[in-house]
Design a protein around this ligand. Structure first.
Ligand code: GDP
Ligand code: MG
Length: 727
């Protein structure tokens, strides 16, 4: 008769270790981050325990169950609608007092609660103590010390959860916060007069509903008014409103704040009873590091230095594996050429598909290294500091430091970054953050920089050039944010206190999961949009085919070939060699002629007036055009146009030498990099902006302003360059 399937929900403050615990229990590999706000959506996994099947749900991090932020609403709705058998609150004991705020609210909700006193290792190391038995008896809920990163205490936690779910837990008689006579009598009368206890026997706790109505929680009122299954009389809302007015008259304060104060009172007294501070208070490890890394003056320069180091590493360490992949691509391309022979299919597969995708895939190491560094900065706790320091800068543009988190995520990919703006509280903040997010240079732009910087700048400068593109992006994001917040999106950021997690040495496993999680988007794009883009570009470069102006070449090549046949008895002779090189020249000229008449060249040439100040050739114009779909396609387009296919062994070297002999110069390449950084967000990002803002108008605005800005910046780079005499 005992049930064998249960649902356990993991709730808790951000950064308390919920996802780590979830991963440890379910063996899944969700992204963990040492920074608040990583898990916005709930994740579901399974855990088998003997014959029991337990569904585990990782909820977004919240500090309370009020309905103000998206995380709070998701969590609350889940708890109310799905009524998990047990709510496991994962709390970071090093922040025990603050965590208890949520605990009291969860208990009040009337669902069985089990506490996981997580990060117990760090807590013990700090020298502090917590009297667990006493905590259990005060709250009336089981509490188990855990160390989620090492899997310690998890068996016990689950066993406790099962005992609670099966109703075998003797100790569980959760305590309620006492809100004082005035409030308590009103809670009681709301419950009694409307028979809430009976009506809600299967619903959430009567007391909780009464409190929420007193607090004027509109969402709950709406539920009661519209949801028939609760069968609550609508008068209850009116009665609660009356009681609320009386209380306000009496306390000269609204009920919600009085209830919050009382809750804090209860928590503080509970905390005093169970917590024993360390005998001596040392400056913690974290404090010491922070005094340098978040220093008022040195903090930002150090941040920039760290970023610079990251891009330097990305470029230099990436070079070696890049050669290996390059060689691999070369072998594949030779193999395919050998099998297919001199056919149309060889041309389209080798010159189109393999060239296009191959040129992008060689940048995978750079991207993996970048993501690894970002994961390290996040997990160590440094990224939260960067956001904290940027708070000062962000205030200038009327956003708070919290908005910097989605911006930092933009270094990876703008799509999830735009989605992460959801965590911001006001519509205006979300919109502003989404609009400037595409200026944060995402990883798709990295291949373009690596290619161009590596071609037009000496190796020791390439890293700095790449870094300067990222810095330009950050600078422009701030500048545009400032402009928008003074014009179309006026407003002020609410004061916000950013929580700084302690510094931690990240585990290799977390870093690798995180790196892979982000890199795989890039890998997926190879087989999808980049492959298709390359094929389209190839077709457009190779058609129309064999048109009249190249037929003349056919005749001349044929003539040279037949002449060669007559001297074939002396193939090494001077005459034969001269003929052979003449044939080769003719073939090159023919394909150049062919390409210059192609559809793609026509498109590129038509764009020339737009880019006249930069003096880009049609190849570059076309690369810019195709990059609109996804920015890596800029590189694959070059790869296909310059058809470096026949001798792909030194492919990227070869592509580089061809780029060098094009009309691009170091100065033009800078203007081009800046243009590609800034101009219109890729299609994926636009779709995300459309989804998040719900508005075509803002999506179109995003395209328009970034195109104009890109053009202006590129022209400015050219002008400044000419002034200082650069080429
Ligand atoms: P969430 O926001 O609640 O999902 O928290 P995460 O699972 O993302 O973890 C936040 C950080 O705390 C990560 O850096 C984890 O490695 C770290 N962490 C989680 N549990 C423990 C623990 O028991 N001990 C220590 N020392 N660190 C932990
Ligand atoms: Mg999480």
């Amino acid at each position: 008769m005992a049930r064998s399937t249960f649902t356990f929900a993991l709730a808790g403050n951000p950064n308390s270790g919920k996802t780590t615990l979830f991963n440890a229990l379910t063996g899944s590999a969700q992204k963990v981050g040492n920074w608040p706000g990583v898990t916005i959506e709930k994740k579901i996994g399974r855990y088998k325990h003997d014959s029991l099947d337990i569904r585990i749900v990782d909820l977004p991090g919240t500090y309370s169950l009020s309905p103000y932020s998206l995380e709070e609403r998701i969590t609350r709705q889940f708890l109310l609608d799905e009524k998990p058998d047990v709510v496991i609150q994962v709390l970071d004991v090093t922040n025990l007092e603050r965590s208890l705020f949520l605990t009291t609210q969860l208990i009040e909700l009337g669902q069985p609660v089990v506490l996981a006193l997580n990060v117990y290792d760090e807590f013990e190391r700090s020298g502090a103590r917590v009297h667990v038995d006493k905590l259990v008896s005060i709250l009336g809920t089981p509490a188990i010390p855990t160390v989620a990163v090492k899997g310690e205490g998890l068996d016990k936690l689950i066993a406790e959860g099962i005992a609670v779910a099966q109703g075998n837990e003797r100790e569980a008689h959760p305590v309620n916060v006492d809100y004082g006579r005035d409030i308590e009598t009103r809670i009681q009368s709301i419950i009694d007069e409307h028979g809430l206890r009976d009506l809600l026997s299967s619903e959430f706790a009567a007391r909780w509903v009464a409190i929420k109505l007193l607090e004027n929680d509109e969402e709950i009122a709406k539920r009661i008014a519209t949801d028939r299954s609760t069968s609550l009389p609508p008068e209850v809302i009116l009665d609660a409103g009356k009681a609320r007015d009386e209380l306000r008259g009496q306390f000269h304060d609204d009920v919600e704040s009085i209830i919050t104060q009382r809750r804090y009172g209860f928590i503080s007294s509970a905390f005093q009873q169970v917590y024993e501070p360390p005998a001596t208070q040392f400056d913690s490890f974290t404090d010491k590091i922070d005094s340098l890394l978040t220093h008022r003056l040195l903090g930002l320069p150090i941040f920039l230095l760290i970023l610079w180091t990251v891009f330097q590493l990305t470029f230099t360490v990436g070079a070696t594996p890049m050669d290996w992949i390059d060689a691999g691509v070369g072998m594949i391309s030779d193999g395919v050429s050998a099998i297919l022979g001199d056919t149309f299919w060889r041309d389209i597969i080798v010159e189109g598909a393999i060239n296009g995708v191959g040129f992008v895939i060689v940048f995978l190491p750079n991207i993996v290294i970048l993501f690894f560094c970002i994961a390290f900065l996040e997990h160590s706790g440094y990224m939260a500091r960067a956001a904290f320091m940027m708070d000062r800068v962000m205030r200038v543009i009327g956003l708070h430091g919290k908005a910097f988190i989605p911006l930092m995520m933009g270094f990876g990919c703008n799509v999830p970054a735009v989605m992460a703006a959801r965590t911001l509280d006001s519509e205006r903040d979300r919109l502003l953050t989404s609009l400037i997010n595409p200026l944060m240079s995402c990883s798709a732009r990295l291949p373009v920089y690596v290619l161009l910087a590596g071609t037009f700048f000496a190796a020791k400068w390439a890293g700095t050039v790449i870094f300067s593109m990222y810095a330009l992006g950050i600078f422009l994001a701030i500048a545009m944010g400032f402009l928008f917040s003074k014009t179309i999106l006026r407003g002020q950021a609410a004061p916000f206190v950013m929580e700084l997690p302690p510094y931690r040495m990240p585990t290799m496993r977390d870093l690798l999961i995180n790196t892979w999680d982000r890199s795989k988007i890039f890998v997926k794009k190879m087989g999808g949009v980049i492959l298709i883009g390359s094929l389209v570009v190839w077709v457009l470069t190779n058609f129309p085919r064999n048109v009249e102006y190249t037929q003349d070449y056919d005749a001349r090549i044929a003539a040279a070939e037949s002449e060669l046949a007559t001297v074939a008895d002396a193939p090494d002779g001077e005459q034969a060699q001269a003929l052979q090189s003449r044939i080769a020249d003719l073939q090159t000229a023919q394909s150049a002629e062919q390409m210059s008449q192609s559809y793609l060249a026509k498109i590129g040439n038509a764009m020339t007036p737009i880019f006249a100040p930069m003096g880009f050739d049609w190849q570059t114009n076309v690369a810019i055009l195709t990059g609109f779909v996804a920015k890596e396609i800029v590189v694959s387009t070059y790869g296909v146009i310059y058809q470096v296919g026949t001798d792909i062994d030194e492919s990227s070297g070869d592509l580089r030498s061809r780029l060098k002999s094009s009309t691009l110069t170091p100065l033009r390449s800078l203007a081009l990099m800046a243009f590609i950084l800034i101009y219109t967000p890729c299609l994926g990002t636009l779709a995300a902006i459309r989804r998040e803002t719900g508005s075509w108008k803002w999506t179109a605005f995003s395209v328009a302003y970034s195109l104009v800005l890109a053009w202006v910046v590129a022209v400015a780079i050219m002008q400044i360059g000419h002034l200082i005499g650069a080429a």
